[in-house]
Design a protein around this ligand. Structure first.
Ligand SMILES: NC(=O)c1ccc[n+]([C@@H]2O[C@H](COP(=O)([O-])OP(=O)(O)OC[C@H]3O[C@@H](n4cnc5c(N)ncnc54)[C@H](OP(=O)(O)O)[C@@H]3O)[C@@H](O)[C@H]2O)c1
Length: 295
């Protein structure tokens, strides 16, 4: 007989995310314990409270979710949680600061419904942000080439350097830093376009979008007007426009929500999972495989 499912919601913000709380409850968590203003230095007692209260066979009924608006701080909290485990006394953990992992994974999975990622040429606008970086990593791991775009070339180069240090083998498929004012040139051979810029920022005009004659899939993750990609509607979900398939933020959002819930549920299948970008993407691949087999 399993004990109730308990999720500790560790959030770096003053108020723990109500979004993450609702999704947790919708994912069949029995008891949600939200903590605010969490810092890496403060996690040890929280982790020890989670790992020393239930027997080893019941530890999979306790899990930790790390969220909040500062994604870098969330990553530090994740590392501190891992360091606080004591041998087999551990619980499963999911990182999704600002929805960055579930959003990047869902966007890449939407793209994969329409074109093979291996061999694709992707351009990521706003590529230096948490979502852009995660989407770049996933696309490189799937064998796509990536033009990573920033308003500042140096920032794009630094981000690419960081990704290359984590994924040296994936970078052989081609990771190119690109300045936003040079984006028109790379659009001509782009087959997949991801707009991952800040909310409410127009990144590309319809005229520029028309330069991308090889474009098969365009995804705009910005839900706040004006659209990141002019002409793409926030509700677009596999909307065919000419030779192109378009997704807006809410169009991707259905899969993002499904993936978020599935990842929370997966936490309670074992006590030693650590769900970061790649693991969450893998859960998404499993969902997509199940979707295809039931179609
Ligand atoms: N649907 C969802 O649940 C969900 C969840 C998470 C995120 N999102 C959306 O996904 C997108 C990406 O999220 P994020 O957290 O990675 O974004 P972010 O960190 O706010 O911004 C991403 C990048 O946009 C660029 N940028 C910032 N201000 C800009 C401006 N005024 N003009 C042009 N570029 C600008 C910056 O790159 P440079 O300075 O290097 O140019 C920044 O690194 C956002 O639109 C966000 O709202 C949606």
């Amino acid at each position: 007989m399993n004990q109730p499912r308990i999720l500790l919601q560790l959030d770096c913000d003053q108020q723990p995310s109500s979004f993450d709380a609702v999704v947790a409850i919708d994912s069949n968590v029995d008891h949600l314990l939200p903590y605010a203003n969490v810092e890496a230095q403060s996690v040890v007692p929280l982790v020890h409270g989670a790992i020393f209260t239930r027997g080893p066979e019941q530890l999979k009924q306790t899990a930790i979710f790390v969220g909040g608006s500062d994604v870098g701080r969330g990553d530090e909290i994740g590392a501190a949680i891992r360091a606080a485990f004591v041998g087999p006394m551990r619980v499963s953990v999911m990182l999704d600061g600002n929805g960055s992992n579930t959003t990047a994974a869902a966007a890449v999975l939407c793209a994969a419904r329409h074109l093979p990622l291996e061999g694709a040429t992707a351009t990521i606008l706003g590529g230096t942000g948490p979502v852009g970086v995660r989407a770049a990593r996933l696309l490189l791991q799937q064998g796509a080439a990536v033009h990573l775009v920033s308003r500042n070339l140096e920032r794009a180069e630094q981000t690419c350097h960081q990704i290359a240090s984590e994924l040296p083998e994936a970078v052989t498929s081609g990771l190119q830093p690109t300045a936003a004012d040079q984006v028109d040139a790379v659009l001509t051979d782009t087959s997949l376009l991801l707009a991952c810029g800040a909310a409410g920022v127009r990144l590309l005009s319809a005229t520029q979008l028309a330069l991308a004659s090889q474009l098969q899939v365009a995804i705009d993750l910005n839900a706040v007007p004006p659209a990141g990609l002019e002409g793409i509607d926030v509700m677009d979900k596999a909307m065919q426009r000419g030779n192109r398939i378009d997704y807006g933020a809410i169009g991707v959002g259905g899969l993002k929500m499904k993936l978020h819930r599935a990842a929370i549920q997966r936490l309670f299948s074992a006590n030693d999972l650590f769900l970061d970008t790649s693991e969450i993407f893998q859960i998404g691949l499993d969902l997509e495989a199940a979707r295809q087999s039931s179609a």
